[in-house]
Design a protein around this ligand. Structure first.
Ligand code: ASP
Length: 334
């Protein structure tokens, strides 16, 4: 059975790729979230598979480590009945000098309908989108965007709070180096939330106000106003030099503790994209406590990725019908 919302409330979706939330409209984002809500229902059934992508091939191309995103995309594609294939950069011919684009062209030649791409270089998925015919989904490009993470965060907020518009969302931590922050900022602003970015000045420059957000450096000052806090990991792998004195000091000023949760609104929603560092960005009591939606985010992430693959498949089916028409025409003219 196809998801209900997709059939009763058709989503206007004509894109071939999902590269970021910056260029999606509010209607497109809402359409993905509505479709994902329906897939959440599919995931709760005893038989969790739908035939939508039968015969289609989804390739995971990950040039950076991943736990949740990679497995979540793989499972999402399998639940839609696609064939899935993992490409591992470390054991590929890239180490023999093959270029990124040549590698992708070879994967395309194997019939990849969709490539899910994670790469340390911002813009790498956009580059592939210009060189291959397959649909490209950005699964994280450097510090630029991580659109499905932004979507699953929006979905979690919308399901927990019933809306996104009018909420105040604090994004706390290493904003400068975070692709999750950027996708959240675009998505939240488009859906009408107020966004406050909070962290040390070295990780949250004032210039980010230009995006339409507020910038703050004292978590305790903004916390009472927040309906949601999204606590980001310090991206040490992208920092070239020490940007704060020590982890202990960082945790003291910006770590989400039980005491801070108590001082926030009663129904403060705590999100974290994972991987979480217990005791650094948030304490174990907060991560596992009643205000945390960290595992809901993971569950919703699967539904969001099914929704994105499903919506892109509308275009794939259009491509298939063209081929079938041509084959039908050839048979008829024999
Ligand atoms: N998993 C997220 C990402 O890939 C967040 C993180 O790594 O901190 O960007």
């Amino acid at each position: 059975m196809e998801p209900q919302a997709a059939s009763t409330n058709p989503v206007a979706w004509s894109r071939k790729h999902l590269l970021g939330l910056e260029d999606l409209s509010k209607a497109e984002i809402t359409g993905i979230l509505d479709t994902a809500d329906s897939f959440l229902e599919v995931s709760s059934r005893s038989r969790k598979k739908v035939p939508t992508l039968q015969g289609r091939v989804v390739f995971n191309l990950f040039f950076e480590n991943s736990t949740r995103t990679r497995t979540s995309f793989d499972l999402a594609a399998k639940r839609l009945s696609a064939d899935t294939q993992d490409f591992s950069a470390s054991v590929s011919s890239l180490s023999k000098g093959e270029t990124f684009i040549d590698t992708a062209r070879n994967i395309e030649a194997m019939g990849a309908d969709v490539m899910v791409v994670r790469h340390p270089t911002p813009g790498a998925p956009h580059l592939l989108a210009q060189h291959v015919q397959s649909s490209i989904i950005n699964a994280g490009d450097g510090a630029h965007e991580h659109p499905t993470q932004g979507l699953l965060d929006l979905m979690t907020i919308r399901r927990k709070k019933g809306k996104v518009e009018g909420l105040t969302v604090g994004i706390v931590g290493d904003i400068s180096h975070s692709r999750v922050a950027r996708s959240n900022i675009w998505g939240l602003l488009k859906l009408g939330a107020r966004v406050i970015l909070c962290g040390p000045p070295t990780l949250v420059p004032r210039s980010m106000e230009r995006l339409g957000c507020e910038v703050a450096h004292h978590l305790d000052q903004i916390l009472p106003q927040c309906d949601v806090v999204n606590v980001l990991r310090i991206q040490l792998e992208r920092q070239q030099k020490a940007l704060f004195p020590s982890i202990a000091e960082y945790s003291q000023l910006y770590g989400m503790t039980q005491e801070r949760v108590r001082r926030g609104k009663d129904d403060l929603l705590v999100l974290a994209p994972g991987p979480i560092n217990r005791g650094v960005e948030l304490t174990p009591e907060v991560a596992d406590g009643p205000n945390s939606a960290i595992l809901d985010q993971v569950t919703n992430g699967l539904a969001v990725r099914m929704a994105v693959l499903y919506l892109l498949s509308g275009r794939m089916n259009a491509r298939r019908s063209t081929t079938e028409e041509i084959l039908g025409d050839m048979a008829a003219t024999k």
